[in-house]
Design a protein around this ligand. Structure first.
Ligand SMILES: Cc1cc2nc3c(=O)[nH]c(=O)nc-3n(C[C@H](O)[C@H](O)[C@H](O)COP(=O)(O)O)c2cc1C
Length: 123
């Protein structure tokens, strides 16, 4: 399934555009999950993983199969760094990094990456 976090709705709009329908939003980090998932998150602070996402991953990282992050290129080296950090920390593929709500090409890259991981065959 897809798990996402979105503060100002960019990631939420990205999620609405992708073909998968099994979706959970992380709001507090206390959400419960029992299936493997792909995470799509925004980036905050100076290239940081949002707090609620950190809390969620502490409990559920064993089910994490890949990560994708939104950001803004104005942040330079910190562009979508939440994705890079999560991929490194939990040893999962960084599927893609995109700006704001993503363009059509971002959706395509993301879906190809998710399909390659084969998550939705696993369920
Ligand atoms: C306070 C704040 C800090 C941010 N820091 C970063 C950052 O370090 N790197 C980055 O790429 N984007 C950064 N962004 C941009 C957001 O990650 C980007 O707008 C994203 O699309 C937001 O997703 P959301 O609308 O789903 O919350 C920041 C935005 C805000 C408001």
């Amino acid at each position: 399934m897809l798990v996402y976090a979105s503060k100002t709705q960019n990631v939420a709009r990205f999620i609405q555009k992708v073909k998968y329908t099994d979706v959970l939003e992380v709001k507090t980090g206390m959400e419960e999950i029992e299936k493997p998932f792909i995470l799509v998150t925004y980036t905050t602070g100076f290239g940081e993983v949002p707090q609620e996402v950190q809390v969620f991953l502490e409990k559920n990282h064993h089910l994490l199969r890949g990560v994708c992050a939104s950001g803004n290129r104005n942040w330079g080296m910190n562009f979508a760094k939440a994705g890079t950090m999560i991929a490194q920390r939990y040893h999962v593929p960084l599927i893609h990094r995109f700006e704001l709500a993503g363009l059509r090409q971002d959706i395509q890259i993301f879906e190809e990456g998710v399909d390659q991981i084969g998550l939705f065959r696993e369920e």
